[in-house]
Design a protein around this ligand. Structure first.
Ligand code: HEM
Length: 255
């Protein structure tokens, strides 16, 4: 096995482990964090199904962002929707046979690279040009945007300018997923500089994701101001830990 293949195989396993373990850990912390007060942003739904509908609108059309800033909404939505299409298109590198709908969205995913890059450029311009946003921007805000731009630009270079050996890359990736190295049959990773840059940056992204602001992706589902039902007059709101305290108190009183 070449040094390049061995290095990337090793890095992919490590990065995947870090991503899965630490995101799961963070999600567990979010799920267990008490929400002692009723704080839905009003006007808010008064039923559970209403909250589900609100959440769906929040993560598909970014409803609250639309209400607060049209430019940020436009660039943010372009980036996220472009990213979704690009990632769904990437599924073809990890599946054999490729699912019908993944084959269908290939052309959309290909041009979504531009949606993604235009969105990211707009978000970066906002951080630099809008005084109030520049004032509160930390280096990591800029670096995350630059990292995503570099991943998108290197990917687009391979798609539109300097093609790489996709068949060999796919065989390498499927080999990693099926632990082909154990039987000495791992296909070597194509030795292409743009691909090496693209994958190195993706690995870096996977490693820093669980410790970065990008955690807002799972985090949005745990935001009390969005996921609570507006029913404090109908039902007493009591956090799990407080229920336990209540139960202990009443059982002590009873004895
Ligand atoms: C292990 C993960 C990944 C692999 C193996 C991979 C590989 C590739 C390859 C081979 C291409 C060229 C496609 C072609 O020539 O048809 C590409 C394109 C691209 N990649 Fe990735 N990539 C990965 C992850 C990502 C991630 C996480 C992002 C975004 C954050 C991304 C963004 C892009 C973009 C925007 C393009 C150009 C549009 C397209 O062809 O889909 N890639 N990637």
């Amino acid at each position: 096995m070449s040094t390049l293949t061995a290095t990337f195989a090793f890095l992919f396993y490590i990065a995947t482990a870090i991503l899965v373990i630490f995101v799961a850990r963070k999600v567990r912390i979010y799920a267990k964090t008490p929400a002692p007060l009723k704080i839905p942003t009003t006007p808010a739904p008064t039923t559970r199904s209403g909250v589900v509908f609100r959440m769906v609108k929040e993560v598909t059309i970014f409803e609250s962002l639309f209400k607060s800033s049209k430019w940020t909404w436009l660039f943010g939505w372009l980036f996220h929707f472009g990213l979704l299409l690009v990632l769904l298109r990437h599924l073809r590198y990890f599946t054999e046979p490729v699912w019908g709908w993944v084959a269908f969205i290939q052309p959309f995913g290909k041009y979504a690279a531009f949606m993604m890059l235009i969105g990211l450029a707009g978000l970066l311009a906002r951080r630099i040009l809008v005084d109030r946003v520049r004032y509160i921007s930390a280096p990591s805000d800029h670096l995350m945007l630059l990292l995503l731009i570099a991943i998108g630009a290197s990917g687009a270079l391979m798609t539109f300018v300097e093609h790489i050996d996709i068949v060999a890359l796919k065989s390498f990736l499927l080999g990693l997923m099926t632990f082909a190295w154990a039987s000495n049959s791992l296909t070597p990773m194509p030795n292409d500089i743009i691909l090496i840059v693209h994958l190195s940056l993706v690995i870096l992204l996977m490693i820093i994701f669980p410790f970065s602001k990008l955690l807002h992706a799972p985090g949005v589902f745990f935001s009390p101001s969005r996921n609570q039902v507006d029913n404090p007059r109908e039902r007493r709101h009591i956090a799990d830990w407080a229920t336990k305290l209540d139960n202990t108190k009443s059982s002590t009183r009873a004895s």
